[in-house]
Design a protein. Sequence first.
Length: 283
Amino acid sequence: MSVRPGILYVVATPIGNLEDISQRALRILAEVDLIAAEDTRHSRRLLQHYAIGTPLRSYHDFNEEQAGDRLLEILQSGQDVALISDAGTPLISDPGYRLVRAAHEQAVRVVPVPGPSALIAALSAAGLPTDRFLFAGYPPVKKAARCEYFAALVDETATLIFYEAPHRIRACLVDAVEAFGPEREAVLARELTKRFETIRKGTLSELSRDANEAEDRSRGEFVVLIRGIEAVPAAGEEETARLLGILLEELPLKKAAALAAKISGRKKNELYSLGLALVRSKG
Ligand code: SAM
């Protein structure tokens, strides 16, 4: 008789404040047969804090293949495994992608146990648009590659989110000013959930100057958020809206939308929605 595989839990852990861990995460960490951790010494402190005695095994970027194969064998033998990283959500600029992918290929159930992630914490408090955002990980380390990487994102309309190491934050901001322009709105979220948490909002040039002025402002862990550009209305959109506005002064919405669709060649339902918005904005 074949053994039913165990479950691979992907468990988020705190990004600083140890209280930021869910009841469910604690229960699962205590119940699984094994915890796969990026740095076992680091994670042992978290587990000790919560008196969790589950065995730990290392799984990181440098042993990913071998350790991943062993973890899959353990899962296939019916044992449950929890994957954690040093901080936040595994796989988000952290190891785990290969393991999760291989688990799917081997029909091992993968269960997320959600919790903190620095990018979401930063976005939730930044006061920048949240309807669309693009998490772009760490910018490249070398200046030329970093400038190229920023240049490719200059016209992006979504809010941009990056991680950056403290020893590169100043250089990163200098290049960001060059690529996105000094006036682009941005936020620097530092040491989130920790004692020296700061969330600074300003133009890129202000933030860059700020980070260069005081040594302590470039220490700690950073999330960099840059506002996207305003979406340009589709060609002819403004003209169509004007036409629809005029028609709406004389006709009911349905007729105005139908006529505007005929004149502009655009879809009737699109113009109906636009007309509805115009009517509401006036009324
Ligand atoms: N998996 C993690 C997550 O879900 O956020 C990210 C891991 S990545 C290796 C570490 C980077 O996340 C740091 O260099 C920093 O950019 C960001 N980060 C992690 N903790 C942070 C915190 N408390 N405040 C600000 N940024 C943080």
